[in-house]
Write a protein that binds this ligand. Structure first.
Ligand code: FMN
Length: 355
């Protein structure tokens, strides 16, 4: 029998299968960060996932980094409640991913057209998509220690609101070069206070945020996503093995529900390095296919496997895997465009189901 369809415990939840839907930004909220009713349809269509991880959601307005991304401030709770109710009505489970973009943003997306905030005033190389097309990243403003404490508190409040909206848990987005990884990485963090310098100091922000999230939700409803050596968004660390070893050793004390590791082109085998050090469920994502996922579970290298684009294009991915059915191809042109096209119109095997 396929091991992908065995149940697995992740924190407080028992997942009916080991196929997790990856967090994916879809840029279909309104300009105030409110998810649309289409989001409820989109996620409910994918409720057969063992667990859905939502798109990245900003915990506070200064954390927004892309047009039409959603938030979880007070004004957003009602709309998210419709999403979680729709997923639960279809028998699914959903975590919210909290994503503070830090310097990977643009004044045109931020309150008062303020510059983005970051551990240090270091401009990332590259451009970002704004309402007015592609624009250069700007030099961010370095956070004060008091402001850092405020952002930790923002994550706590966001966690409280996510739970109020009916989410089964929360994931900290500490991957892909956003604020938590900006603190963690020596290239973007040149602070000389307790948040910069050593691996311990650079890990401090992530550990404080996770502790705040766990204080609200219980540690068994909190996960973290990391992507060592991915390099996305101009993130670089001088000694990533040492940094991630330190971080994951510290995570043990928090007794989190899971560690979600997405690897893209890393030279080090971080799964071999990190999994033995972690004490919760270990999730692997990034470029998997069914056979690869099956092998990871069979060999005991992961507790669950995470699929992004395959879930985006196949609302009934678990059933397709079960049947060995062909997969719909993802359409990149509609990953981030408004509306139903490329969002809620990918057909299920039984297309009546998808409607
Ligand atoms: C359209 C799109 C949006 C994404 N947005 C996010 C995001 O908001 N948060 C995140 O952690 N990863 C994001 N990712 C990365 C995915 O979670 C996942 O790591 C990646 O797609 C690799 O898995 P795959 O090869 O199965 O697609 C995104 C990926 C795609 C394709």
């Amino acid at each position: 029998m396929s091991q992908l369809f065995t149940s697995v415990r992740i924190g407080r939840l028992t997942l009916p299968n080991r196929l997790v839907m990856a967090p994916m930004t879809r840029s279909r909220a309104d300009d105030a960060g409110v998810p649309s009713d289409l989001a409820a349809t989109y996620y409910a269509q994918r409720a057969s996932a063992g667990l859905i991880i939502s798109e990245g959601v900003y915990p506070v307005a200064m954390g927004k980094g892309y047009v039409r991304t959603p938030g979880i401030e007070s004004d957003h709770v009602a709309a998210w409640t419709r999403v979680t109710e729709a997923v639960h009505a279809r028998g699914g489970r959903i975590f919210m991913q909290l994503m503070h973009c830090g310097r990977i943003s643009h004044p045109s997306l931020l309150p008062g057209s303020a510059p983005p905030v970051a551990p240090s005033a270091i401009k990332p190389a590259g451009q970002t998509w704004t309402g007015a097309g592609m624009q250069e990243f700007v030099t961010p403003r370095a956070l004060t220690v008091a402001e850092i404490a405020g952002i930790v508190e923002d994550y706590r409040q966001a966690t409280r609101r996510a739970l109020a909206a009916g989410f089964d848990g929360v994931e900290l987005h500490a991957a892909s070069g956003y604020l938590p990884e900006q603190f963690l990485s020596s290239g973007s963090n040149q602070r000389d206070d307790e948040y910069g310098g050593s691996a311990a100091n650079r890990s401090r922000f992530i550990l404080e945020v996770l502790a705040a999230m766990a204080a609200e939700a219980g540690s068994d409803r909190v996960g973290i996503k990391i992507s060592p050596e991915m390099g996305f968004n101009d993130i670089v660390d001088a000694a990533p093995e040492e940094t991630y070893t330190y971080l994951v050793d510290q995570l043990r004390n928090l007794k989190l529900a899971y560690l979600h590791v997405a690897l893209f082109g890393a030279k080090t085998d971080y799964h071999a390095l990190l999994r033995p050090r972690f004490n919760g469920a270990y999730l692997i994502g990034g470029g998997l296919d069914q056979a690869g996922a099956e092998a990871l579970i069979t060999d005991g290298r992961a507790d669950a496997t995470v699929f992004g684009t395959a879930f985006l294009a196949n609302p009934d991915l678990p059933e397709r895997f079960r049947q060995g059915a062909p997969l719909n191809a993802p359409d990149k042109a509609t990953f981030y465009t408004p509306g139903e096209q490329g969002y809620t119109d990918y057909p299920a095997l039984n297309t009546a189901e998808a409607a």
